[in-house]
Design a protein around this ligand. Structure first.
Ligand code: SR1
Ligand code: MG
Length: 399
């Protein structure tokens, strides 16, 4: 029988004392629940000096932002911990360190990142971290290359695919990214003024065909162990440092999904900045976002190709020029997936603060329309956008 119970603050402190791996566990005295995401409980554990020393995170048996009416597998805690442990092996400098996890309690103890800040908040406030984009490109290249068929022995790869089967979390993505925005659904959430734009999504056959192809790839292309939800709210930054957290959507899927989610969230910030900072003040932040996207892709592609040259173990995949052919497909997928992220964060269940917190109603509507139109364009034009520079030109064309 499962010994799952929902942690109180007191439980979290006791757990951190036992499993936090600290030299002075008795100094841990207090916990504060700080979870502001959609799904889980997150406790900061403080010592007698009031310093936050370690994090205890527990999955709830339902979707926190919706309530008990939407039950959700506790196995996501195991999948999150194991994904982060795998990613840490290949990219420790950009992955949060998991100290301990317990699949039955659906709980994990992890490194405290209080010296860092959530990247999304910083992007919204206009605080620039010049190394963040290339660090994210490095994280994606290291984690995705080392969990792909380029690097893993075929037996090991297949065992890993089985270990990371994540049907319930994938179903959330399958529904929220690829179904809900393109049909009438009670989970959708958008202002009534946007009904014409949203109805147009439902009526656009070319768009829906391209979305179907993206969903099909999400279903079936087990290319690498993805983070699965690598948006700017799943990333901590500090001067010269970047750490990925929150990998409960981890599974073996198409490499372009992680790259596209990351790019899509930078574009959501691009769309929201005029509403956050004012039109004139937003201009330099928007230029930075586009430069970030180019930097992210260039770092990712260069590092992936370098790893492919140096470390590919499969004889056929090592053939010169194959990795760069593969990356062309990843790029096209990424643009398409970025487009689906723009649309689902504008009309679907789960929004982003980059646009949601805009106070001026007309400005918010204009930013939402921008995100929807840009998302549509990226999904449909993805096969014809051949380079990062061309992507930048297309984005500028849409406002
Ligand atoms: C019901 S979960 C909604 C969204 O929150 C997560 O962060 C994922 O992005 C998911 O799609
Ligand atoms: Mg998350």
């Amino acid at each position: 029988m499962s010994h799952y119970r929902t942690f109180t603050a007191h439980d979290a402190v006791a757990y951190a004392q036992q499993f936090g791996g600290l030299a002075d566990p008795a100094s841990l005295v207090e916990a504060q629940e700080v979870g502001d995401g959609n799904l889980n409980l997150v406790f900061k554990i403080f010592d007698t000096q009031g310093v936050s020393r370690i994090i205890v995170k527990q999955a709830l048996p339902y979707v926190r932002c919706v309530g008990e009416s939407w039950p959700l597998t506790l196995d996501r805690a195991r999948l999150e911990a194991q994904t982060l442990v795998e990613h840490y092996k290949h990219c420790p400098q950009h992955t949060v360190k998991i100290q301990h996890y317990d699949a039955e309690l659906a709980v994990m103890v992890m490194e405290d990142l209080s010296s860092h800040r959530i990247w999304r908040g910083e992007l919204i406030s206009g605080v620039y971290y010049p190394q963040a984009a290339s660090q994210l490109g490095e994280y994606l290249a290291q984690t995705l290359f080392h969990t792909s068929d380029f690097y893993l022995h075929p037996h090991e790869k297949k065992a890993q695919v089985a270990r990371f089967i994540n049907p319930e979390m994938c179903e959330i993505t399958e529904d929220l990214f690829f179904n809900d925005p393109y049909q009438i659904h009670e989970r959708n959430n958008y202002p009534a003024e946007l009904e014409p734009e949203v109805a147009a999504l439902r009526d656009d056959a070319q768009l829906k065909t391209a979305v179907a192809a993206l969903k099909h790839r999400f279903f079936s292309h087990a290319e690498a162990l993805l983070h699965g939800d690598i948006h700017s709210g799943s990333i901590f930054v500090a001067d010269g440092s970047l750490k990925a957290i929150d990998a409960e959507f981890g599974y073996f899927g198409p490499v372009g999904f992680d790259v596209g989610t990351a790019i899509g969230n930078l574009l959501l910030n691009y769309c929201g900045l005029p509403g956050q900072l004012g039109i004139r003040e937003a201009a330099s932040g928007r230029d930075q976002r586009l430069a970030d996207i180019v930097e992210l892709w260039n770092t990712f592609a260069e590092r992936f190709q370098w790893l492919a040259r140096e470390k590919t173990r499969d004889a056929a995949l090592a053939f010169p020029g194959y990795a760069s052919e593969f990356l062309k497909k990843v790029w096209a997928d990424a643009i398409g997936f970025a487009g689906t992220e723009l649309i689902r964060r504008s009309v679907g269940l789960s929004h982003v603060a980059d646009i949601d917190t805009i106070q001026d109603k007309e400005m918010k509507l204009s930013c939402l329309r921008h995100a929807i139109e840009l998302g549509k364009a990226l999904i449909v034009l993805a096969p014809r956008i051949d380079s990062a520079d061309e992507l930048v030109a297309r984005v500028r064309q849409y406002g």
